[in-house]
Design a protein. Sequence first.
Lengths: 352, 276
Amino acid sequence: MPTTTLGVGFVGAGPVTQAIHLPTLARLPEAFDVVHITDVDPEIAASVAARVGARSSSTIEQLLDDPAVDVVAVCSPHQFHAAQVTAACRAGVKGVLCEKPFAMSGQEASEIAAVSAETGVPILVGAMHTFDPGWRAAQANWGDLATTTHSIRSSIVLPPNPRFEDFATEVITRPDWPTPDLTDAEVRAGLVQGGIMGLAIHDLPLVRALLSDFEDLAVLSATPLAPFGYQLVLTASGTRIELHTVMTATWRPDWALEAYSDDQHLRVEFTPSYVHAGSAVSTLTSGATARTFGPEAFNGYEGEWRELEAVALSRTPPPDTGVLIDDLRFALRIAEAAAQRVRYAAGQVVAA
Amino acid sequence: MSVPIRVIIPDGGRVAELARIVLSSLPLSYASNGEHGPGAVFIVDGQATAWPEAVASAIKEPAAGVVVIEPRPAELGSLLGLLDQHPVPVVVDSRWTNPLLPAAAEAFATAMTSDGRLECRVIIPPGQDQQNALVDQLSLVRRLIGAASGVRMIFTSDRGYFAQAAAGGLRLDLSLVCTRAQPNSATVRLITLDGSVELFLPSGDTARPAQLITVGQNGVTEAPALYESGHRSSWRRLRELINSGQTTADLQDLAADIATTHQRRPPDDHKKEQTT
């Protein structure tokens, strides 16, 4: 039972804060109270803060000066994450939840880890699938799968985000997505790199949990998919990894992660982001025997906030920042190598 | 009512067992009395090294028809020459033959536009011949969409492969995973800009139905379940061909798919793309 309600300060008031985190925290009223929202656009900050009766501001300094802020959620554009997480740690808050990715280089990640260690402020990265109870149940029951997996496949077919954002809340300030010029190799490379750091990154910590190592990582194929997506084939520590994501006009989301060893198969079917449709369902199959885990009532977003509460109140040890750094290095290496592959392949774009 | 056609089954082994099971389910179409001679249907074990010679012998009987069960890749030039001279219906009962394939082909054709991508994913146990698996995949794709071409292996190992090709004007990804964790299966998915068509096929040994699911703007459609094994559907097809006096292009198609696998490009040297 929680004994303390933690005051939450949000850095960034965009669609992720509006459609993911505020509806999630509405489900955890005994644990959290949103007290402050900051955004570079003060009108947006004020509008979003008014929804939850919080104060608003336009700088992180004002937010960190607010004594009611116990934990900070960093939901700003990727390039600002490192500086803002560092500032929150220096301010001595009880915990920081940073949307993925929490840094844009291994160097930045190491610096953040050092600040976290120095200040004692725990950091969680919002890779929501790692907190999904359906995934965690599979992990707890898969036996030797992490050391015997030889093939991994992640396939994500999604409608554009607004379909689910609109089910979650009424969003303001939706960013424009200009139609990319796919004839430009650099644009194609950038799309694949952005797709990996924005979408694949949800599952990359899970993929890494099934690998012994990734020092020999090699991207064998990388193809941009229209209208938005990518298809990658890579290897790491002898394991073949397929990563596929495409956003189309379909109404039906299909988000699955699979791992195969000689004698075990894991299939995890995730619910779409934004909506609170419960946890993933994981099925571990071995010959004629199948075990299914989930669905639980809550998803990975709620899972990460529950974890932040437990960590901030010292009920649970903080996450190992070494793991967070390795997760980030893994994602960055894939993104960089895939972008290089796209430049090298020059020209190929495949629809859907 | 038509008279059952005599069936000649190989002695012993897996194919003999399969044949007995199919025969028991088609007693008005076929009968087994084991006597060679003109007018019989010959069941040939396609995993036998000399299966083309066995088919050739059957054609020379002359057979009323031949079913080749799950053929392995072989040189088919002289057999095709013989078949030209002596037309006999030969049905190739490949690993992914299934009674739902005609309906599936129609669903894929309806959904296919130039904006789409195809995947064909297959699961078989470790230790089986991977070229055979690739031929079987290409045969399946041919039945659904049309002939595949330009196969480029991206990754190969003793636990499977990943390859890219083209079929029906679309990009085709071919994947094989070797595991004992799941029964043999093939999944073919077409992803379009506003929906998908997905076909799940169990092995031809089982009457477990295939699943064909089409996702469109108005919802999901699932094709009716057909509780018939792939093998039985092949035998039924042969009987219909014999009754109507038709032959097939199955062996020519198989030869073309085998040739496509021979032309496959090996994986590139990816070391230069590795990051440090």
